[in-house]
Ligand binder design. Structure first.
Ligand SMILES: C[S@@+](CC[C@H](N)C(=O)[O-])C[C@H]1O[C@@H](n2cnc3c(N)ncnc32)[C@H](O)[C@@H]1O
Length: 235
């Protein structure tokens, strides 16, 4: 089979599950919501340090959304390739790059399973996008990311990666939904409920096993809340 031919049983990553990031209303309100519950400067500083960003780096961001992180990284390196399965997100992100006069980002409508590149990257970053894939396809995605990195390249993966005690899942998730609601409002609390019921958050030890089996060595793991974790690993 030709490399870019996809069989009909293949996972369709372009079909949005859970929160619909193909919707114009969702995308238009995304950045506004993001400002209230995310600290973009802190995220940029974290990712920059985790990947050891240098001016000559070529970085791939997967699931870039409105490109908040990609725009920050692009100002400090040679080039960023920012990809997303949502064309609506990409249009919004492209417009932002134009407005801010950032010209070293190339955008592509592709995802963890479908992106191909003739050149390899110094680093890959991704945040809150991987939970759109079920576990088997996450493993395929991890193998693809491994293949897209240069030798010694770094992957920084942040997502809903669960490290709480599953025996106490009712208490933990109840409390997490309550705290999210208090800090960021009812809409975000509902997104946690959508995440745990309709999307695919994964247990930390499963992600760890997948990364190791793909060949990565894990340099650092930050379990931020019991619900979110960041894995920094090297090819
Ligand atoms: C919660 S948003 C996060 C966007 C951005 N990374 C951020 O932190 O603001 C999730 C994004 O992942 C994208 N996405 C969903 N499935 C994907 C896949 N299989 N490959 C790449 N991106 C995907 C969605 O279209 C959406 O833009």
């Amino acid at each position: 089979m030709a490399k870019n031919m996809v069989p009909d049983w293949y996972y369709n990553e372009f079909e949005q599950i859970g929160v619909d990031f193909g919707s114009v209303e969702e995308v238009e309100s995304y950045d506004e919501k993001r400002k209230h519950f995310r600290d973009s400067q802190q995220e940029l500083a974290y990712f920059e340090k985790a990947i050891g960003l240098k001016p000559h780096f070529e970085v791939l961001e997967i699931g870039c959304g409105t490109a908040a992180l990609a725009l920050g990284l692009a100002r400090k390196c040679k080039a960023v390739t920012a990809i997303d399965v949502s064309k609506t997100m990409l249009e919004y992100a492209k417009e932002k790059a134009r407005e801010k006069d950032v010209t070293n980002i190339s955008f592509a409508n592709a995802g963890f399973l479908t992106f191909e590149s003739e050149t390899n990257f110094d680093a890959i970053v991704t945040q809150v996008a991987f939970h759109h894939l079920p576990d088997f396809w996450k493993m395929v995605g991890i193998q693809n990311m491994y293949g897209l990195l240069k030798d010694g390249g770094v992957l920084c993966l942040r997502d809903s990666i669960l490290s709480f005690d599953v025996k106490k899942h009712k208490e933990f998730v109840d409390e997490y939904v309550r705290i999210t609601g208090e800090k960021t409002g009812e809409e975000m609390a509902n997104e946690v409920k959508v995440n745990i019921t309709q999307e695919y958050p994964t247990l930390d030890w499963i992600i760890e096993g997948m990364l190791r089996r793909a060949g990565f060595s894990i340099k650092k793991v930050d379990r931020h809340t019991g619900y979110i974790a960041t894995f920094v690993c090297q090819k």
